[in-house]
Design a protein around this ligand. Structure first.
Ligand code: NCD
Length: 316
């Protein structure tokens, strides 16, 4: 198995072979999770601390479950009630926790780059659970696993990522991963929600759903990330749904066997029609949640092996 990293901060530093290693191990954890005996002891004796400075349902729950199933001692910091509210800096909080000797630190933060900064200050392995609009590596990995299991491969597919690309760390990590695995990636959205420099990522850019979805194998919808918008990016929700919301009519432009994805939380009637989201023949949204637990187990397992195997300071 090849995976030589101390932290999982983003998709950017990963080699395609390392991505395959994580996905292969995740497949094994899917089997474990589907059984009635869901325990393993690969993280036994290790301490995992989850620090979420931003709201989360799926990601926090699945990191917690992943750690518990692998036998770690898991602690969820209630960041709303923490000393950050009393003016303590992120770095001081990190150093305080570091002094308690955690082995795995799972961090979500509203600022891009905050998790990388924190990783420089602590000795343990750090997993990025989403930083601003920068990266969300475990989301891209669970999306890749979902696609690979549905389509039988994770290369040479046409994948359309649609909606609020500008504010989305999910889009960024997915574009990086899917590009590394040699897929054809399209991004579709209004020009106001398309970041500058998108073309440098090797993607095709569309502002029309019918054109962008043509013959797509995978249709990935994104939430309008209003918490990261500081002005009017769209004329109205109604207009947005009309032009960019995924309904049966627009989906008909994709391949007949195209799958529909969404990282959640989903806004029905804004970016996606509820009937499509619930259509078990098209939507793999629940599978994405299932794969999320397995991918986080695999990622923490691999990082823990490296923690145990290599003396401090040797790995990148
Ligand atoms: C995403 C996130 O937080 O970046 N959600 C998730 O992790 N499942 C996307 C979003 O908030 O829209």
């Amino acid at each position: 198995m090849s995976f030589r990293h101390k932290n999982l901060l983003g998709i950017e530093p990963l080699h395609p072979e390392e991505i395959r290693t994580i996905l292969d191990l995740s497949d094994r954890y899917v089997d474990l999770n589907r059984g009635t005996q869901k325990h393993s002891d690969v993280l036994s004796g290790l301490t995992q601390i989850n620090m979420f400075f931003e709201n989360s349902t799926r990601t926090q729950a699945s990191f917690e479950l992943a750690g518990k199933r692998l036998g770690a001692d898991v602690m969820n910091m209630a960041m709303q009630a923490s000393s950050i509210k009393k003016g303590e800096t992120l770095i001081d909080t990190a150093l305080t926790l570091n002094a308690m000797h955690p082995d795995l630190l799972v961090v979500r933060h509203p600022h891009s780059g905050a998790v990388n900064l924190l990783a420089e200050k602590v000795n343990c392995a750090v997993l990025n659970a989403g930083d601003g609009r920068h990266e969300h590596p475990t989301q891209a990995l669970l999306d890749a696993l979902t696609i690979r299991r549905a389509k039988g491969r994770i290369h040479r597919l046409t994948i359309a990522i649609c909606g609020d690309i500008a504010h989305s760390r999910v889009a960024r990590s997915n574009i990086l991963l899917l590009g590394k695995m040699e897929n054809r990636v399209r991004v579709i959205g209004p020009p106001t929600l398309m970041p500058a420099g998108m073309a440098d990522f090797g993607v095709e850019i569309f502002d029309d759903m019918a054109e962008g979805l043509r013959d797509a194998d995978v249709v990935m919808m994104l939430r309008l990330q209003r918490e990261r918008m500081d002005g009017g990016f769209i004329p109205s929700q109604r207009e947005y749904y009309h032009r960019f919301g995924l309904d049966a009519q627009k989906l008909a432009h994709a391949r007949d066997d195209a799958i529909v994805m969404h990282p959640g939380p989903m806004n029905r009637g804004v970016e996606i029609d509820g009937t499509i989201a619930d259509d078990i023949n098209r939507s793999v949204i629940q599978e994405q949640v299932e794969m999320g637990v397995a991918v986080r187990m695999a990622a923490m397992d691999l990082l823990a092996r490296n923690l145990r195997a290599v003396p401090e300071g040797v790995m990148v």
